[in-house]
Design a protein around this ligand. Sequence first.
Ligand SMILES: *Cc1c(COP(=O)(O)O)cnc(C)c1O
Length: 472
Amino acid sequence: MDNINALLRELPSVDRLMRESLLEDLQLKLPRRVVLQAVQETIDTYRSYITSNASDQSLLPQTGDLHPANLAQEALVLAEKKAGMNLKPLVNATGIIIHTNLGRAPLSEQAVKALTDIAANYNNLELSLENGKRGSRQEHLESLLCEISGAEAAIALNNNAAAVFMALNALAGGLEVVVSRGQLVEIGGSFRIPEIMAASGAKLVEVGTTNKTYLRDYEAVVNENTAAFLKVHTSNYHMVGFTAEVETSELAGLAHKHNLLLIEDLGSGVFLDLEKYGLPPEPRVQDSVSAGADLVTFSGDKMLGGPQCGIIVGREDLVARIRKNQLARAMRVDKFTIAALEATMRLYLDEEKAIREIPVWRMLTAEPALLEERAKTLASRFAEIAGSANISVVRGVSKVGGGALPTAELPTYLVVVKPMEVKAERVVENLRLNNPPVILRLQHDMLLFDPRTVFEDQEDILVQALKKAYQD
Ligand SMILES: *Cc1c(COP(=O)(O)O)cnc(C)c1O
């Protein structure tokens, strides 16, 4: 016990630590309160460590460990961590292109430039430069969205959940909306078709079965309270076996025969022909529009490759009703989103440019031969810094992620690192805590790096991060 008390007495005071030259210098750079907090936490951590290990001499700090210079160094590391941003860029080595936990689509250079230009300056968000009168923020986007989708009108809202909600609320509030039982999906935990429908004030009428729904199932429930059919793209799961779904064009035909609307939630916002690039097909926005869907909704930050938002394209009179709805303002997009989305949509005016400049599409269409070359280069650089590990390059698969093409497997080459002297979990944790963090896959005690989602200018960062993660 005497020993414990002696150790506790040896702990420097907060004032004493704050006067360490290391921390005095740090206060010129970081706010004093941050340094103070770090110092207090460092001392508290030592104090509780000492008291909770009182019974085991071998775990206790040795004389000298508690020297102010040592604690100041620890407080400095903690203070720098506290002063850093909570939300920060990281390296995605998982090979999952659209990863909701990792912020979905990274933006193109063009979108980033548009975003920062608008953020730092006044702009014509709601001013018509033609006549000097008040303009609409949606006008910056509408003609582009219409040109690319072939629709008459368009509006962007906060996200696709908001887009679906608004379409239902504005056009089917208090009325019935018919959905196939095979399409009552949940996306990302909090977007569930039955719940969104209930919140919007529309009444869900389920038809068909889990695996098969026919046109006659829809027709059988139509009555004077029916407002619309809602077709939902089952974007994050795939059914195999005996299945039947009604095509957009057929469903549109039936809806229009009964003077009803067809609303289609596509989820992802694809404008390009995936099959042309050897990928499995995904419905395109312009195809749904031309097949007769009255409104089509999709996300901006999934395969579209733009900022978070939800886009509705379709009939002018229907979009006008959504625009006029009071809730549209609660869900409206801000100037940053408009800037980034406009710049992204402009890239779609030229397909080659879209593929080259939009990171999501560059990653989707990356050539396996190039991925193999990058994997091999990374592997040999890794071998130089983690000599004891077993390092190889193997064939593997990347995923699209983000509720799109759930079963698509994009062939890739993975760098596999099997640590021998350190625990793989430990290296993964160190990489996650690195600055910038590196996120990767861990499988059977092996670290898997997929070059597909690592930008080429992040390769040095990756090598440095692994080097540090190995040493710590
Ligand atoms: C992702 C998705 C949503 C939700 O979109 P958010 O932009 O995340 O709100 C809705 N419906 C479908 C079919 C989706 O795939």
